[in-house]
Design a protein around this ligand. Structure first.
Ligand code: AMP
Ligand code: GLY
Length: 425
């Protein structure tokens, strides 16, 4: 077992979850985050380094003696930070800039999917609002208009209001217009070294801000795993029809994908379709998925980063279910209120099946924990089933004193009550 000194890049709930899982791997002897957050500070050493600044990341990795860098968010990947780390001779879990275009450009992702025969929504690339108008009229409502580039989950509008679709398009050019996909959504993460890919447990994310899927899209308001309503063979089908052909197509192009391939899918009445690819762990699904992982995360990510994933067997999972509920600052996904005090138990340590993961938090001048971003906390509970995990997560939320934060109250509710019909594969 190689002792691992790991540097995690990023500062969100996903990075806190990654750091927590890494801290529980006996192979991980030292853990650093850049920049991290007040939550990661309890289990790792935080460094005030910008994760998008390749030379600064390399200098930090050298200074702390990191032999594995794990890149959390998409921005450093799209900016080529993984390339810079690898060029410095340090193993890096995260794709090259060339492979990260799978997330960085919706149109590039469509090209790859068409070439690889991966099922996805029909789409039209548009550079003017007139082209968008023609495309949405061709597909009919509900209209789906997406900014081509990175938009932190907020570049997409799904609406039956034609004027709203066109107004969104005006601020989102160049844009991709897509056919509407019905059916439940699934997030499936695969760890890959560019040849061998290992699936994680599938999860479901809640993208809309309000209960009952009301309101605008967000980065994600909650998630749960696994999916009690999933059709038999779901993971195998996604690997065979989506992940493996996509990984093979990127290798064929000379830009192999090493890291985490996130397939966002709709299980439509006509079969599964890719909604989006991301080039990194999802946030907040990761917080729930890693709560279920029984395999040592550092060993697995190191094997992927070093091209040795074939030596790692299938991942092991705990029995039961996990739920994460996001607490966001009032105003999110618009301009969030900042500076609201947060108090309560478990905020800086977790001793039981519930963890409070930090995202947009900070310490104020008096050392008090305050809201400092849109998504502020993720409360994760792991229990024997979804109903128990939900109950534990919401009980922990109800113990918090955080008047400027809100959450959805229906995360995993339909699934826990058996109200999601099993879709066809
Ligand atoms: P994306 O950034 O592409 O993942 O889109 C964000 C969210 O918008 C998705 O998770 C879906 O909820 C929704 N969405 C995106 N594309 C479609 C589509 N073609 N049909 C229906 N909903 C979609
Ligand atoms: N939860 C959606 C994302 O990470 O993009």
């Amino acid at each position: 077992m190689t002792p691992l000194t790991v540097l995690v890049l990023g500062s969100g709930g996903r990075e806190h979850a990654l750091a927590l899982a890494l801290s529980r791997d006996p192979a991980v002897v030292a853990l650093h985050c850049a920049p991290g957050n007040p939550g990661t500070a309890t289990i790792a050493t935080n460094h005030p380094v910008d994760p998008v600044d390749g030379p600064a990341v390399v200098a930090l990795a050298r200074a702390v003696g990191a032999n594995l860098v794990v890149v959390g968010p998409e921005a450093p990947l799209v900016a080529g930070v993984a390339d810079a780390v690898r060029a410095a001779g340090i193993a890096c879990f995260g794709p090259s800039a060339a492979a990260a275009r799978l997330e960085g450009s919706k149109q590039f992702a469509k090209d790859v999917m068409v070439a690889a025969g991966v099922p996805t929504a029909a789409s039209v690339y548009c550079t003017t609002v007139d082209e968008v108008a023609a495309a949405i009229d061709r597909f009919g409502p509900p209209y789906v208009v997406k900014a081509d580039g990175l938009a932190a989950g907020k570049g997409v509008i799904v609406t039956s209001d034609r004027d709203a679709a066109l107004a969104h398009a005006a601020g989102a050019l160049p844009a991709v217009v897509e056919e509407y996909l019905d059916g439940p959504e699934v997030s499936l993460f695969a760890i890959t070294d560019g040849r061998t890919s290992l699936p994680l447990q599938p999860a479901q994310d809640f993208k809309r801000v309000g209960d009952g899927d009301a309101g605008p899209n967000t980065g994600g308001m909650g998630a749960y795993t696994p999916l009690p309503w999933a059709p038999d063979g779901l993971v195998e089908a996604i690997m065979a029809r989506v992940v493996d052909p996509t990984v093979a197509e990127l290798a064929r192009r000379g830009t192999p994908f090493t890291g985490l391939l996130y397939a966002g899918l709709a299980l439509t009445s006509r079969g599964l379709r890719v909604v989006e690819f991301n080039c990194r762990f999802g946030d907040p699904e990761t917080q729930a998925v890693l709560a279920m992982l029984d395999s040592p995360l550092g060993v697995v990510l190191d094997a992927a980063a070093s091209g040795r994933l074939a030596e790692v067997g299938p991942l092991r999972w705990k029995p039961g279910s996990a739920v994460v509920v996001v607490l966001a600052a009032n105003g999110y996904p618009g301009v969030p209120d900042k500076g609201g005090r947060i108090a309560g138990p478990r905020l800086l340590a977790s001793a039981d099946n519930v963890s409070i993961l930090h995202a947009g938090t900070a310490l104020d001048a008096e050392g008090a924990l305050v809201a400092a971003g849109g998504r502020v906390l993720g409360v994760v509970a792991q229990a024997s089933d979804l109903a128990a995990a939900r109950a534990d997560a919401y009980a922990a939320i109800d113990e918090l004193d955080a008047p400027t934060l809100f959450c959805r109250r229906d995360i995993a509710l339909k699934a826990a009550e058996g109200r999601i019909p099993t879709p066809p594969l």
